[in-house]
Ligand binder design. Structure first.
Ligand code: 5AD
Length: 366
C-alpha cells in the first residue's frame, strides 16, 4: 500500500486560496468542519498537552519581527542552568504530561554537552518525549542531542516566500539563508520534524500561504505550528506596522484557524498545536477556536514564573497563565469541547506510520 500524504478529497489549490481569502462564509465553515471531522477520524479526540520550558532568552539572531532579537535591550535576558531546567521538567512530569518542550532563542551559551545532559536527565524521570526548539543549530549538535534521546525538533520556516524570508530573517556571517536544509537534516537524523509559519506578516500574500501549505506537505511534517504575527514595537517590523499587519493577509485568529484547518486536511495525521500567539490575541477563546478547526495539541507554559517576562518574542505572552496557575483551567476547557486532555507522549501518528512502512514502499520509491 502506498503511503498516502493526503485524503483523496483534500482541497485543491483553488479551494485552498478561496478558503484562505475567506470571502465566502459558507465555504469557510465547510472547510473548518471538514478539518474537525478529519482530525477526529485521523488523530482522535485527545488534545495532547506539552510542557513548554523556555530555557534561554538569549538570541544571536536579528529577525526583524521577533522581540528577542539580539539588539533589543528591553529584554530581560536569562539562561536557566541545567539544574533549573531539570527542576522545571520535574514539574511537567509530576503534572503527568508526556512531553517536555525545551525552547530558546538561538543561544550558543546553551552548549551541546549541557543540553545532552538535560535530555538524559529528563529521560531518567520516566516515559516522556523530549522536543527541542533551539533554533538553527549545527549538524553535530543536532546529532548529539538525537543520540542523547531527543525525540522531536521544532523549527518554523516562517514563510516559503524566499524574498520575504530574507527580509525578516537576515543571514548571519555564516551566510545560511534557509532553514529547509536543517529540516531535511533533522529528518535524516530520525527526529520527528515540526515546522510552521506566521500568518499576517506584512507583505505576505494568500499565494504565499498556499505555497506554505504545499511545503508542509512536501516536507511531510509530523508537527505543524501556525500562529498570527504579533507586532512588537521593539522590533524594526513592529515599528513599521504599529497595529495590524500591512495586509493583504490579516494577522487574526480567524485567518490562522483557516490555515490550521487546511493544514489538517492536507496532512491528516500530523500533530497540530493551538499556538500560544492565538491565546495572546484572544485569551478566552483563542485555543478553543483552533482546537475545533483541526488542532490537537496545546503547549502550556512551565517556565519558572519569574523568568517569563524575559521570554519576549512578542508582547502579551508573559501575562498568559501557566499550567501550574490554579486559575488556568486548561484541562476543564478541553473537556468542555468534548475532548480529552492527553497525558501520554502523543507521538505523531504520521511519524509512526512512516517508520512502519518498509523502505521499498516509501513514496519516493514508487
Ligand atoms: N509574532 C508572532 N510570532 C512570532 N514568533 C517570533 N516572533 C513573533 C512575533 N512577533 C514565532 C516565530 C518563531 C516562534 C518560536 O515564535 O514563528 O519560530
Amino acid at each position: 500500500m502506498p503511503l498516502p500524504t493526503a485524503i483523496d478529497d483534500a482541497p485543491t489549490r483553488a479551494e485552498i486560496l478561496a478558503c484562505l481569502r475567506g470571502d465566502d462564509a459558507a465555504e469557510v465553515a465547510y472547510w473548518l468542519a471538514e478539518a474537525d471531522r478529519v482530525r477526529q477520524a485521523s488523530v482522535g479526540s485527545i488534545v495532547h498537552l506539552r510542557g513548554l520550558i523556555e530555557v534561554s532568552s538569549h538570541c544571536r539572531r536579528l529577525c526583524t519581527y521577533c522581540g528577542m532579537r539580539a539588539p533589543n535591550r528591553n529584554v530581560k535576558r536569562y539562561r536557566l542552568t541545567p539544574e533549573e531546567i531539570l527542576a522545571a521538567a520535574r514539574n511537567v512530569v509530576d503534572a503527568g504530561l508526556g512531553t517536555i518542550v525545551l525552547q530558546a532563542g538561538e543561544d550558543p551559551g546553551l552548549t551541546e554537552s549541557d543540553i545532552a545532559r538535560v535530555i538524559q536527565g529528563i529521560h531518567d524521570m520516566g516515559d516522556v518525549a523530549v522536543t527541542l526548539s533551539l533554533g538553527e543549530r549545527n549538524v553535530r549538535e543536532l546529532a548529539t542531542w538525537r543520540r542523547a534521546g531527543a525525540n522531536r525538533y521544532l523549527l518554523r520556516f516562517e514563510t516559503s516566500n524566499r524574498k520575504l524570508y530574507r527580509r525578516i530573517h537576515p543571514a548571519l556571517r555564516d551566510g545560511q539563508t534557509s532553514r529547509l536544509p536543517i529540516l531535511r537534516t533533522l529528518r535524516e537524523l530520525g527526529y520527528e520534524v515540526g515546522s510552521g509559519v506566521m500568518v499576517g506578516v506584512p507583505g505576505q500574500t494568500f499565494d504565499d500561504l498556499a505555497d506554505d501549505l504545499e511545503l508542509f506537505r512536501e516536507l511531510d511534517l509530523d508537527m505543524i505550528g501556525v500562529g498570527p504575527y504579533v507586532p512588537d514595537p521593539d522590533t524594526p517590523l513592529g515599528r513599521k506596522t504599529a497595529s495590524a499587519g500591512a495586509g493583504p493577509v490579516a494577522n487574526d485568529v480567524a485567518t490562522v484557524c483557516r490555515v490550521v484547518a487546511l493544514a489538517r486536511l492536507l496532512l491528516p495525521d500530523s500533530n497540530i498545536p493551538a499556538t500560544t500567539a492565538l491565546a495572546v490575541l484572544d485569551r478566552k477563546r483563542g485555543y478553543e477556536q483552533a482546537l475545533v478547526a483541526g488542532a490537537n495539541v496545546v503547549m502550556p507554559n512551565f517556565t519558572p514564573t519569574a523568568r517569563r517576562e524575559g521570554y519576549r518574542i512578542y508582547p502579551g505572552k508573559a501575562e498568559l497563565p501557566g499550567y501550574l496557575d490554579p486559575l488556568f483551567d486548561l484541562e476543564a476547557r478541553i473537556r468542555e469541547l468534548g475532548r480529552t486532555p492527553g497525558h501520554v507522549r502523543g507521538d505523531s501518528p504520521r511519524f509512526e506510520r512512516r517508520r512502519s512502512v518498509p523502505p521499498t514502499m516509501k513514496e519516493t520509491d514508487r
